[in-house]
Design a protein around this ligand. Structure first.
Ligand code: BES
Ligand code: ZN
Ligand code: ZN
Length: 475
């Protein structure tokens, strides 16, 4: 969908007009004269009262049709974004016009642009029936062009990540998705490198190879670099890229395996984010490392009890092959550290335990110190994504010590699984500031509502962009 700015006296004859209305049918700021043109009888018949979440589609004398969206007592960034997301899916014309961006709250233009691009997302690659949404253009009356452009970049990067995650595992073998990531990176102006299996062997990424051993589809590792001139800070990103997680020999039961094409969400998010950061021209150096492999089962699959040697750091006794994300991330962290970033952030659908703890709509953040955790939380809040801090509680480290190697890949306790997984990663993250984002809960939207569309959510992309913005030297 294209988002543009429009003049106040824009021609509406072929358009749908989207207007915000407050509780008790008072117009949202900027909408007085539009609301005055609505037939009061029709309004009464529609039972529309401007409550949050309410919508009404009415005829209009100047436009093809009018969509009223309720904003409740007080419009917020989230209510405007939600309303726009819901409204664009109701539009029956190719073009729509809105003044929701004129509501005088901070970032209302961004809320509208994001709501439209994210809420209008559809994944139709494998559909042979039904039709795509008709809306092609949304015009914001007197919208700020720069604010629109930057919001659209973040939302489109989110949609790119959604596309990759929604792709069935059959069609995203590591070698295929690695090439797509290279192309996305290069087209955003990044330098890109894809390591094939021979290179991964040569570099001794024993943990990634241990996971890949059970699959007939060879692993890959993608490195993307954004090096703007004059940048003084360097952010390292690592994303979990399990293209399908069967659990390996410690195989998952059918209900848990159903959604495991999502298990490369961290990789998709990191690549979406670095591409958008480059397109935005932010003044911060970024290096993204993405290990990609299936976690599958064949005769060569890693067995419980096997010991793996990551490229650097502690050796690992694999006691459950389904705790594979932390294995490939151990190598991913080892590689990103070679580039000597000042800050490291990894993103992963790492543990069912994070989902149990925080549910489907909140991601967990762990920080090596309170400053980096606070930075991620502030970035998330500016991005309108939901994160909650969890503790790297040092006492639990004992539970991942191995009898025969340095570490074991699962805790000896049934409880606190998101924390023990994070403590495991901490052993590979080095001494500098590092944050771990466990997105196992919200990586997938379970329903369509507002800017969220059922399927992959792309959560994390906009938080990483905001984080990069806060680290950029132009700030
Ligand atoms: N990919 C899963 C985690 C996951 C679960 C992601 C649900 C999204 C939704 C991960 O590889 C895994 O299987 N983790 C195990 C770890 C356990 C064996 C210690 C888990 O969480 O059950
Ligand atoms: Zn697993
Ligand atoms: Zn996994």
């Amino acid at each position: 969908m294209e988002i543009r700015t429009a003049a106040t006296d824009v021609d509406l004859t072929e358009s749908t007009l989207i207007v915000g209305v407050m509780s008790d049918n008072t117009a949202a700021p900027g909408a007085d004269d539009i609301l005055a043109t609505v037939d009061p009888n029709l309004l009464e018949l529609s039972k529309f009262e401007g409550k949050t979440g309410q919508m009404a589609v009415l005829p209009h004398d100047r436009a093809k049709s009018l969509i009223l969206v309720g904003l409740g007592d007080e419009a917020t960034f989230e209510s405007i974004r939600t309303a726009t997301g819901n409204a664009v899916r109701l539009v029956k014309t190719e073009r729509a016009v809105t003044n929701l961006n004129q509501i005088p709250i901070e970032a209302s233009t961004r809320a509208v642009a994001e709501g439209a691009v994210l809420g209008g997302y559809q994944y139709r690659t494998y559909k042979t029936e039904g039709e795509a949404l008709p809306i092609g253009t949304l015009e914001l009356i007197e919208g700020d062009t720069e604010e629109i452009a930057s919001a659209v970049l973040g939302a489109e990067a989110t949609n790119l990540a959604r596309d990759w995650v929604n792709t069935p595992a059959l069609d995203k073998a590591p070698e295929i998705i690695a090439e797509l990531m290279r192309e996305a990176g290069e087209s955003a102006g990044l330098s890109a490198e894809v390591w094939d299996e021979a290179r991964i062997v040569e570099e001794k990424l024993g943990a990634l190879l241990g996971v890949a051993a059970g699959s007939d589809r060879p692993p890959r590792l993608v490195v993307l670099e954004y090096k703007p001139e004059g940048a003084t800070t360097h952010l390292g990103l690592v994303g979990k890229g399990i293209t399908f997680d069967t659990g390996g020999l410690s195989i998952k039961t059918a209900p848990f395996m159903e959604e495991m094409k999502d298990d490369m969400s961290g990789a998709a998010v990191v690549v979406g984010a670095i591409s958008a950061i480059a397109r935005l021209g932010l003044s911060v150096r970024v290096t993204a490392v993405v290990p990609l492999t299936d976690n599958a089962v064949n005769g060569l699959a890693t067995r419980p009890g096997d010991v793996l040697r990551p490229v650097s750091g502690p050796t690992i006794e694999v006691l459950n092959t389904d705790a594979e994300g932390r294995l490939i991330l151990a190598d991913g962290l080892g590689i990103v550290r070679r580039y000597e970033p000042d800050w490291i952030v990894d993103v992963a659908t790492l543990t069912g335990a994070a989902r149990v703890a925080l549910g489907d709509k909140i991601a967990a953040v762990f920080g090596s110190d309170s400053e980096i955790a606070a930075k991620v939380l502030e970035a998330a809040s500016r991005a309108g994504e939901h994160f909650w801090e969890m503790p790297l509680f040092a006492d639990y480290k004992k539970s991942i010590e191995s009898d025969i190697a340095d570490l074991r890949n699962i805790s000896n306790s049934r409880y606190g699984g998101a924390i023990t997984a994070a403590l495991f990663l901490a052993q590979y993250a080095g001494d500098g500031p590092w944050a771990h984002l466990d997105i196992a809960g919200p990586a997938r939207n379970r329903e369509t509502a507002g800017e969220q569309v059922k399927g992959a959510s792309g959560v994390g992309v906009r938080t990483l962009i905001e984080l990069a913005r806060s680290l950029s030297s132009a700030d």
